[in-house]
Ligand binder design. Structure first.
Ligand code: DAK
Length: 258
């Protein structure tokens, strides 16, 4: 791959978008490779993912403006679909994805971070949706996910006025869970991913699905979604081991993902 690197450390996979000459901007090549990378992940052995950007300046500086500048309407739609499909794949990926936002997260960069389950960032991170200044709307779900995450009023201010927010404000808004120094960011992401990976993988996946699917449903339906996923954990080896360990007053012997 030219623009994506993937490393596996135990149960945790780290995907790095690596296109430093354009501050990791998302062109078609990056989106295609990200798609292939996700498809190739072994879900038997991987329990959490981290998504980050190469370098110390930028997570992702948006969709590639040079590539987009000459698109026709039909090509623009096709590019939008390519991005949306990958972002949705990340959002619904069976295992949790942590965005370690190590700098600029603008436009498509902010949008890809919002497609992840959890966001943490470095103290030099900058979040924003500058699209209306370029004559377009956010195209990879920004109008939808930002408003759901931080509320419509602040999302509208950020989007209408191209009002970027720095790391501390992003934390105050709930856009990120925590802020670290650049050096601390990846270790913190790995620590969090490691904690997730220690827990029963089938149950963690069921929680992701329950939260995501439930958020889109009325409460009566959402509770049924949870009930079914709760039920699906029973008779698994990991449920037997988790409850058995508690009752026998011993530590879990390592969940098996079975
Ligand atoms: N695209 C392409 N190249 C980019 C880029 C981007 N988004 N951002 C940076 N670069 C390139 C610069 O052109 C420059 O290249 P060279 O001139 O060296 O060849 C290099 O990266 C370094 O950038 P700067 O020299 O500008 O670095 P600075 O530190 O001075 O400034 C910056 C950093 C991030 C503040 C600045 O580069 C900047 O403002 N970049 C653009 C940020 C931005 O506006 N991003 C949002 C892009 S729009 C859709 C689907 C999705 C989208 C739209 C529609 N459809 C449904 C069709 C999404 C749109 C977007 O994301």
């Amino acid at each position: 791959m030219d623009f994506i690197t993937y490393e596996q450390e135990g149960f945790v996979g780290v995907i790095t978008i690596n296109r430093p000459k354009a501050l990791n901007a998302l062109n078609s090549g990056v989106l295609d490779e990200l798609n292939s990378c996700l498809d190739a992940i072994d879900l038997e052995t991987t329990r959490a993912l981290i998504l980050t950007g190469a370098g110390e300046k930028s997570f992702v500086a948006g969709a590639d403006i040079a590539e987009m500048s000459t698109l026709t309407k039909a090509e623009g739609e096709a590019f939008g679909k390519k991005g949306n499909d990958v972002f949705r794949k990340l959002e619904t990926f069976p295992i949790p994805v942590i965005a370690a936002v190590n700098g600029f997260a603008l436009g498509g960069g902010c949008e890809i971070a919002m497609s992840c389950d959890i966001r943490i960032c470095s103290d030099n991170a900058l979040f924003g949706q500058p699209e209306v200044g370029l004559g377009i709307t956010p195209g990879f779900g920004g109008t939808q996910r930002l408003a759901r995450l931080i509320g419509a009023g602040k999302a509208k201010e950020m989007i209408y006025a191209c009002a970027n927010v720095k790391a501390d404000e992003a934390k105050a808004l709930g856009l990120v869970n925590a802020v670290y120094t650049q050096e601390e960011l990846l270790p913190a992401a790995k620590k969090l991913a490691g904690k997730i990976a220690k827990n029963a993988p089938i149950a963690v996946r069921a929680c992701k699905k329950a939260i995501n699917d439930g958020l889109d449903a009325p409460m009566d339906e959402a509770i049924v979604i949870e009930e079914k996923l709760f039920g699906s954990c029973f008779e698994t080896e990991d449920q037997r081991e988790g409850m058995g360990a508690f009752l026998e007053k011993r530590k879990v012997e390592g969940f098996k993902n079975r």
